[in-house]
Design a protein. Structure first.
Ligand code: EPU
Length: 337
């Protein structure tokens, strides 16, 4: 375990923002993490997972702890289900592939989501009708305050839309070290009702899809809409889809007849932020080295050399415009540091 000084964080965030970490250390085991937490000379510590849900706007003075805990194993197996434990530093999509190779179902709709396993519960990652909470059993997390491991089951995590206890009450208090999933071995419960998946499977002429076929459909959809961070820096959806009241929605529909809207309850309606941002004219806009992606307006992009402050300013402009046009407050989904 070696502490590096003044290193660039560019390789460690999918936006590809070039800011410096004053101090940086990579942890490969729970014991490494415990030793790092004991380092009294660095009172400020910051956890970095895959850096895929993060906008860095300035150089960081804290000790940056890079989570590099590797390993995936089956911990128990029945006729129909299997429990799999993955360490926090595993790449999420590699974990999905590991499951598919063994015929384990449940995470295929979550294919190609950038980031690491340990970050997945924090924002309850989700895509195409499935959320992490649907396959989640528990996670182990190290308390930063007491330096001891604690296990959180699904109820403890208090999962919501792109949210969990690790984003609310317990924010900044724990480091997730491993996650345990319950996956199916047979009679897989496929989620293919999400519009784009059904039509993609149709296009592929697949009538009875396997979990791999669903994964391939998801990969194809994501590739056609979302930029690959290896080509164009980005952090996926920059904002959450806002939830507004039914009255508010009805008022907006009088002016914007085509506005997509998804009722959540009797009084709550979810509106796709991508639609609002597109209607406001931002989709595909270039502002020099940064802008809004041409295929998905919810994704802000760094074409190369953008500064975090630039992207932050753009996000503020978008928020102000959407508030003015629709009276809707957009909330950032990414963490801004
Ligand atoms: N839309 C537009 N213009 C756009 C983008 C979207 O009009 O530029 C409209 C679409 O036509 C559609 C609706 O918005 O009617 C929904 O679009 P889409 O299916 O692409 O999904 P989304 O709501 O924009 C969410 C997640 C994505 C996830 C997809 C698929 C959030 C914040 N984002 O996006 O997650 O991949 O659904 O399930 O919930 C992420 O979190 O980083 C992410 C990429």
């Amino acid at each position: 375990m070696q502490i590096h000084q003044n290193i660039s964080l560019k390789p460690y965030n999918t936006f590809g923002i070039d800011v410096k970490a004053k101090h940086f250390v990579s942890a490969s085991s729970v014991n490494d993490l415990k030793d790092i937490l004991n380092l009294k000379e660095y009172p400020n510590k910051l956890i970095l997972g895959g850096g895929s849900n993060l906008l860095l706007t300035k150089d960081q003075d804290a000790l940056i702890i890079h989570i590099n805990l590797k390993g995936i194993k089956t911990i128990s197996e029945g006729d129909n289900h299997v429990l799999v434990c993955a360490n926090a530093g595993e790449n999420w999509h590699d974990f999905v592939l590991w499951c598919l190779e063994r015929g384990f179902g449940g995470v295929e709709n979550l294919s190609l989501i950038p980031g690491k396993v340990g970050a997945a519960p924090i924002q309850n990652i989700g895509a195409y009708g499935v959320e992490l909470k649907d396959v989640f059993v528990s996670c182990d997390a190290l308390s930063i305050e007491t330096n001891t491991l604690k296990s959180f089951d699904r109820d403890d995590c208090n999962f919501g839309y792109r949210s969990s206890i690790f984003k609310t009450h317990a924010k900044g208090k724990y480091i997730i070290t491993s996650v345990t999933f319950r996956l199916s071995k047979k009679h897989h419960e496929l989620h293919t009702d999400y519009g784009a998946i059904a039509s993609r499977l149709d296009k592929m002429d697949i009538k009875e899809p396997s979990i791999s076929a669903v994964s391939n459909a998801v990969i194809a959809i994501r590739k056609s809409k979302l930029p690959d961070p290896r080509d164009i820096g980005n952090s996926g959806s920059f904002f959450k889809n806002p939830v507004i009241t039914k009255t508010h929605c009805e008022r907006l529909l009088r002016a914007f007849k085509d506005m997509p809207h998804y009722p959540l309850s009797d009084d709550q309606v979810k509106i796709p932020a991508g639609w609002l941002i597109e209607q406001a004219g931002f989709k595909g806009k270039h502002f020099g080295s940064y802008g809004v992606h041409k295929n998905q307006a919810l994704v802000l992009v760094n074409y190369g050399g953008a500064k975090g402050e630039d992207l932050f300013r753009l996000s503020k402009l978008i928020q102000k415009t959407i508030k003015r046009l629709y009276g809707i407050s957009l909330e950032a989904e990414v963490n801004i540091l």
